[in-house]
Design a protein around this ligand. Structure first.
Ligand code: ADP
Ligand code: MG
Length: 242
């Protein structure tokens, strides 16, 4: 579903990604972890064409991002993205947040978009909050709305960038539960997260990044089960967070 091949990226003189190669197969859940500043957010933004890259290519569901003729807005509409800071529209109701892109980007009618949005809101356990504004919801609730909003676009893959890092601890699980459910339903997911419990439970593979390089890319069982076989940086990282 996602194929990242030899991707390098610079911000000016600073090389932020170095020859990154990996893939995410249909239905697979891949967790990306690594120290702050290692390039995790940049890599995931490249997959969604929110950031350009200078070398290599990324294909999403067979569409090359580097090919000059690719319709990037169209591709972006098929890739669900959930950020650390929920990025809901504060002046719109929850329902309006859930329907706006369906109507503007996918051209769905208001009734269809609302029906779809409300069904997804129910799925994340927030059916009673449809008429509220984001500011009236807790962080965990806002993040669940953000997930529902992404799902409303019928994405072929869901990207998450530290979706629980900005939440109070007691709200982390309500968001992770939704993500676990999605994973178990077969959604293809690439998740930047340091929630290793989540990784162990649902990830098929774990990627570890360090200074712009993918230095580990292995099955979840091997990543956690055979720590001695991991590289020095990954071992140090795991020692700190496990
Ligand atoms: P991570 O998500 O792993 O913490 P990022 O992908 O956000 O890492 O950032 C990787 C590196 O790129 C960091 O050193 C960061 O300071 C740098 N960086 C990120 N965004 C920009 C930008 N827009 N311009 C210049 N440098 C950036
Ligand atoms: Mg980041």
């Amino acid at each position: 579903m996602i194929s990242i091949r030899n991707v390098s990226k610079w911000y000016g003189d600073f090389q932020v990604l170095t020859d990154c190669t990996t893939e995410v197969r249909k239905g697979e859940v891949v967790v990306v972890c690594g120290p702050s500043g290692s390039g995790k957010s940049t890599l995931i933004k490249c997959v969604n064409a929110l950031e350009p890259f200078q070398q290599g290519d990324i294909e999403v569901d067979g569409t090359s991002l580097a090919a000059p003729k690719t319709d990037l807005p169209k591709l972006r509409a098929r890739v669900g993205m959930v950020f650390q800071h929920f990025e809901l529209f504060p002046h719109l109701t929850v329902t309006e947040n859930l329907t706006l892109a369906q109507i503007k980007v996918l051209g769905r009618g208001k009734a269809e978009a609302t029906e779809k949005g409300l069904a997804l809101l129910d799925r994340v356990g927030l059916a009673a909050h449809a008429h509220k504004h984001p500011g009236q919801l807790s962080g965990g609730q806002q993040q669940r709305v953000a997930i529902a909003r992404a799902l409303a676009m019928d994405p072929v893959v869901m990207l998450f960038d530290e979706p629980t890092s900005a939440l109070d601890p007691e709200m982390v699980n309500e968001v992770l539960d939704v993500m676990v459910q999605l994973a178990q339903e077969g959604m293809t997911m690439m998740c930047v997260t340091h929630e290793m419990g989540f990784a162990r439970k649902v990830a098929d593979r774990v990627i570890f990044m360090d200074r712009g390089n993918i230095v580990e890319d292995c099955a979840t069982e091997a990543f956690f089960g055979d720590i001695a076989a991991r590289c020095e940086r990954a071992r140090q990282f795991l020692a700190k967070i496990l």
